[in-house]
Design a protein around this ligand. Structure first.
Ligand SMILES: *Cc1c(COP(=O)(O)O)cnc(C)c1O
Length: 220
C-alpha cells in the first residue's frame, strides 16, 4: 500500500472522529484531497482507494494532469482552491466542478460570461480573507455578505458557500467562527475550511468540507 493511501485512511478516521466529537452526522464533512505539486502517479493510488473529491490551486497545473485522470475516473469532483485570474476563467469553467475562490466583481462577471457561453456551471464558493491579510486573496469580511448578494443579483451566479484560509500564525478557531457567521448571514450552507494542521478544529466549527494536502500526499 502506498504511503499516501495509508495516510488517507488515517485522515478519514480522524475526520470521522471529529464529526462524532462535534455531534455531527457521519460523512457530513467532505474530504477534499489537495494534490497540488503531485503528479498523476502519486494521485492515482489515492483515487483508486476511493477518494473522488480533489483540489488543485493552479489552473495551469490542473490542466496538465486532470483531463486524463478525469477521463480515467469520470466521477471525480475537481475543486479550484487557488486564486483565479480573470483571463483563466474560461479554462477554469471548462475543467473544474467547483470553484472555491470567487472573490471580486471582475471574476464574478467573467465566470458568469463563461458559464453562459459553455453551458456548464461549476458550483461556486466565495473566498473570504478572514484575517484581512494584504497578500492574501479573498473578499474582506465586512464586504462578504453584500458581495454574495451581488453575485446572485447582478451576475446571476448561484453561490453555494464560503471558503477561507486563516493566517498561518494565528489560532484558526476565531476565523472559522467568523466564516460560519458570515455564511449564516448570507444564507449559505457550505463552509470550506480547515487544512492538514487544523481540519479537526474546522469540523468542530461546522466545516462541510476540509482541504487536506500534505497530511495525505506528504510534504511538498
Ligand atoms: C495547499 C492548500 C491546502 C492544503 O494544505 P495542506 O496544509 O497541505 O493540507 C488547502 N487549501 C488551500 C487553499 C491550499 O492552497
Amino acid at each position: 500500500m502506498s504511503g499516501a493511501v495509508e495516510r488517507l485512511g488515517e485522515v478519514r478516521g480522524r475526520i470521522a472522529a471529529a464529526e462524532r466529537e462535534a455531534g455531527r452526522a457521519a460523512g457530513s464533512a467532505t474530504l477534499v484531497a489537495v494534490s497540488k505539486t503531485f503528479d498523476a502517479g502519486h494521485i492515482r493510488p489515492v483515487i483508486a482507494a476511493g477518494q473522488r473529491v480533489v483540489g488543485e490551486n493552479r489552473v495551469q497545473e490542473a490542466q496538465s494532469k486532470w483531463p486524463d485522470l478525469k477521463a480515467e475516473f469520470p466521477d471525480i469532483e475537481l475543486h479550484l482552491i487557488g486564486p483565479l485570474q480573470s483571463n483563466k476563467a474560461k479554462e477554469a469553467v471548462a475543467l473544474f466542478d467547483v470553484i472555491e475562490t470567487v472573490d471580486r466583481e471582475k471574476i464574478a462577471a467573467e465566470l458568469a460570461k463563461e458559464i453562459a457561453k459553455q453551458g456548464k456551471a461549476p458550483k461556486l464558493y466565495v473566498q473570504v480573507n478572514t484575517g484581512s491579510e494584504p497578500q492574501k486573496a479573498g473578499i474582506e469580511p465586512t464586504e462578504a455578505v453584500a458581495f454574495v448578494k451581488r453575485c446572485r443579483d447582478v451576475h446571476g451566479l448561484a453561490i453555494e458557500g464560503l471558503m477561507c484560509i486563516p493566517p498561518a500564525d494565528e489560532n484558526p478557531g476565531p476565523h472559522f467562527a467568523l466564516l460560519a457567521k458570515l455564511a449564516k448571514e448570507a444564507g449559505l450552507e457550505k463552509l470550506s475550511m480547515g487544512m492538514s494542521g487544523d481540519y479537526e478544529t474546522a469540523i468542530a466549527f461546522g466545516a462541510t468540507s476540509v482541504r487536506v494536502g500534505s497530511a495525505i500526499f506528504g510534504t511538498r
